[in-house]
Design a protein around this ligand. Sequence first.
Ligand code: ADP
Ligand code: MG
Length: 583
Amino acid sequence: MRTVEDLRTILARIDGRGYKAYKDLQGAYAFPWFTLFVDHVQGDPFASPSKIRVRVSAAVAKLPPDLFSSRVRRVALQDFLIREVHHAIRHVCQGNRGMGKSGLVFIDVGGQEILERTAMKVTPEWVEARLSLGLPAQGRTVLGRQAEAMLCREVPALAERALKWEHVEREQARAFVACVDNQESIRAQLDALGLVAFIADGALLPRSSGASDRPLSRQWAQPFHTPASLRVSIPLLHPVSRDGRLTHSITGCGIPQGVTLIVGGGYHGKSTVLRALERGVYPHVPEDGREYVVTTERAVKIRAEDGRSIERVDISGFINNVPYGRETTQFSTDNASGSTSQAASILEAVEVGATALLLDEDTSATNFMVRDARMQVLVHKEHEPITPFVDRVRELYERYGVSTVLVMGGCGDYFDVADTVMAMRDYQPLDVTADAQHIAQVFPAQRAIETTSPLAGGTSRVPVRDSLDSSRGNREIKIEARSVDAITFGHEVINMSGVEQLVDVSQTRAVGYALHLASRRFLDGRMGIKAIVQGLVEQFDDAGLDGLDPYHQGERHPGNFARPRAFEIAAALNRLRTLRIRE
Ligand code: ADP
Ligand code: MG
């Protein structure tokens, strides 16, 4: 293996030469206490940055083994170390040193959620940070001295600060891992407690703005207080400090399985609760305010999404007898309406194992949600293809075990079908279940229930083999995440803006590559969508995310990926306009 001295010699030699000379750097370098791998060298100063890895042996890093003794803890520790590197970059790196990305160092750091990421890997033998950097240039000329400062001074300083236990924020690291461990242990207890979600007393749900996922300042945010009738206490793995003392359990609001309605006046905080539940499928960083808002991992947000494509979904339980006799038992369209999109999204989520649906009136199609007594008289059932959600929501729970949490401030017809009704008033929850049930008796809705046949659920559609093609032009694989909401897949762009539980662009990128992997490994024309996404999940569990990029070889920088859920992978497949399902 080359040494630091070799690295310095190469940089001195190529100083002032054309940018391509940087290619000579590719390879591994033994530094006195770590190894630097230069895996990919960018073609010019404006191209996507070069990829390097910094590996520190366990003997040097001395990370306490109990902080990565389980998958949950390892993911948490890795995530913490990524944040440490990110901070260290700001302290020790000079920043821009020339054209384009010259001089910049990056690590793929997450936001408020904690996800399994390829940017950091902790094993019993070593810890490795996967970084990107812009090799410095003036015009197209190598700046060798600047590169030396980056690789031989800044990179070691980064590793020193962020990858050696003696220099990281040790108390914070322990608290971070314990907090994630607690969140996952709450999640693991939800089913047994008969809950779909838990919101701790004191949680701060509102965000600082519509454009930021950071918490609203404590000065303005009203902490969550659970009404006594919904209060539960859940034991924790690690003690937490509450009101100045340590406790081994946490109290808060249990959202029961079944049908839960969140009602209340406009602007009283209903949607804020639902958004916290949507994000609660992922662990959050301490101080997020939602770190103890925990939702079952099988909860799926459903919204209207007109314009999306639908491929052979049996939506007849919701929409039947459309004009001119079109079949809705295998409904396909390139341009769904609000109601057909919402129906399809529900059945697709149930198809891959959702056990809870999260809906908000703000993002639902009105005609999908409600049809009141007067409208039933004016527009007769035989002229209305839609069976509204209010007539299916109990069946979803009772027959398929799928709970619903629904924000609905505008229609009382749901009182008849709800198990729990929570009202938000001045940002505080109240249990108004008894009131709502009483009102439902005193003021009957007088509407007729419109279900004629049972809802078809639990089917698994089988994609046709060549539905997925990631090639474009002379590129065999063209996959890109342009933003968290858009996946370029070959010639197609998959619009993920209606898939609201995708939270990170590296997750979106991983979804794109997961589809490619599925097309190579699982799409045999016999496997159903459920088995396909399960195959991917097993692959991630066994081998992690390092192998997602098919061009990735052996031990090299794997690219920046964060782990998506099976639901979001299935959602992307279902929105790919080339998807074909077998009849
Ligand atoms: P709704 O869905 O009931 O109309 P929203 O959830 O959209 O209400 O909330 C309205 C506003 O109140 C938002 O700006 C939100 O950030 C803020 N808000 C929500 N919950 C709280 C809270 N607990 N403390 C302070 N502000 C809050
Ligand atoms: Mg709202």
